[in-house]
Design a protein around this ligand. Structure first.
Ligand SMILES: NC(=O)c1ccc[n+]([C@@H]2O[C@H](COP(=O)([O-])OP(=O)(O)OC[C@H]3O[C@@H](n4cnc5c(N)ncnc54)[C@H](OP(=O)(O)O)[C@@H]3O)[C@@H](O)[C@H]2O)c1
Length: 342
């Protein structure tokens, strides 16, 4: 049972890492939807600078090294959204703080090892506490998971689930670069019904327009972990086209820049999920602008659903496991993305 859903007048959510690039999108989205974000993070100067744009919001300085400060940061909130990555450094102490206080926890981690550890370590305590712990409720992780769940539809099992991501470019934030450095080495793919430390071999992928046919390589991120937790398929592989891979490997690629007053960059994304069973294939595809910006409506919608008792279960959850995937995707369209299920 999902607890913490009754006091509907309390619309307070703590955002840890509120002044980061993604954190700012999350604060803006919460504010736009009538929530009251508490601005939290470890740097008083950066927090106060952000608070300049939101004079009515409370600021709570906190650090993952100081558990009392974390408890104070989430006191009275319905949920905490963790936007401070690398999550290898922040996820565990903030999940533990959320469990101590009995509030829901959502994050935007893309890191496979962190998401896997959250499932393995906190599933039972989160169930016992009756809260939703939702790692990777973001472009990487949540979106692929929702698309895969929607594409599966009434299938109980499939032979394979393939996720293809196409970006026209990837201008990485400091947080993305740091996260890559803190999570070196091979990634997990899901082969023969188990997680293996390997990348699937390169291949081509025929994306819908505007990308068309592209060479792709394995870029398994959080969705491989979340999908394998709740959808039955012996093979789950994720791929990305080459232009964004070149961008993130180039130390001179600049950080993302706002292309309009919304703060979104001009980056274009397309994510396609193909599920196959026997000779039959189903697809779900989503497209839009800016992988950092789209993360905000995803994690805020997940928080909304957790807080308002719309999650199917408590515990550590994948997006498509906890929420009605089609309904969730519909809630993001058309303002934040376009999607199609075939
Ligand atoms: N899954 C996805 O699709 C997705 C989407 C967007 C972002 N992300 C992830 O989210 C993370 C943040 O990305 P970003 O673009 O927002 O980067 P960013 O602009 O560099 O912001 C990073 C934020 O994290 C904070 N932070 C980092 N380490 C911390 C620590 N140990 N303790 C407290 N705060 C810490 C930073 O605070 P300081 O300035 O004080 O260091 C800053 O507020 C990255 O891991 C990125 O991969 C994932």
């Amino acid at each position: 049972m999902v607890r913490n859903s009754l006091n509907i007048s309390n619309r307070t959510v703590t955002v840890f890492g509120a002044y980061g690039h993604t954190g700012r999108f999350v604060v803006a989205e919460l504010f736009r939807r009538g929530w009251t974000p508490i601005l939290s993070g470890r740097d008083a100067g950066k927090l106060n600078a952000l608070a300049g744009a939101y004079p009515e919001l409370e600021v709570r300085l906190a650090s993952v090294e100081d558990l009392v400060s974390l408890d104070r940061a989430i006191a009275g909130a319905r949920a905490v959204i963790n936007c401070a990555g690398p999550f290898i450094d922040t996820a565990v102490p903030i999940i533990e703080a959320a469990l101590r206080s009995g509030v829901h926890y959502l994050d935007v981690a893309a890191e496979q090892a962190v998401v896997l550890a959250a499932f393995e370590r906190f599933l039972r305590p989160a169930r016992e506490a009756g809260v939703v712990i939702g790692p990777a409720m973001a472009f990487y992780g949540g979106l692929g998971d929702l698309l895969a769940t929607a594409a599966m539809g009434d299938w109980i099992a499939a032979d394979e689930i393939l996720i293809g991501v196409a970006l026209d470019s990837w201008k990485p934030t400091q947080g993305t670069r740091l996260t890559g450095k803190r999570n070196p080495g091979q990634r997990f793919t899901f082969s023969n019904n188990r997680l293996e430390r390997a990348d699937p071999p390169p291949r081509t992928w025929n994306f819908p327009a505007p990308f068309g046919q592209q060479d792709v390589v394995g870029l398994s991120l959080a969705e491989t972990i979340t999908i394998s937790r709740h959808l039955r398929a012996p093979q789950i592989h994720a791929y990305m086209n080459l232009a964004p891979i070149r961008d993130i490997h180039n130390p001179d690629t600049p950080a993302p820049a706002a292309a309009d007053e919304s703060g979104r960059s001009s980056q274009i994304f397309l994510m396609e999920v193909i599920v196959r069973k026997g000779g039959t294939e189903r697809r779900a595809v989503a497209s839009g602008r800016d992988i950092y910006a789209i993360t905000a409506p995803i994690v805020v919608e997940a928080a909304h659903r957790a807080v308002n008792g719309l999650a199917r279960t408590s515990g550590v959850v994948a997006a498509g496991e906890a929420f009605d995937a089609r309904d969730f995707l519909r809630s993001l369209a058309p303002a934040h993305l376009s999607f199609q299920i075939q």
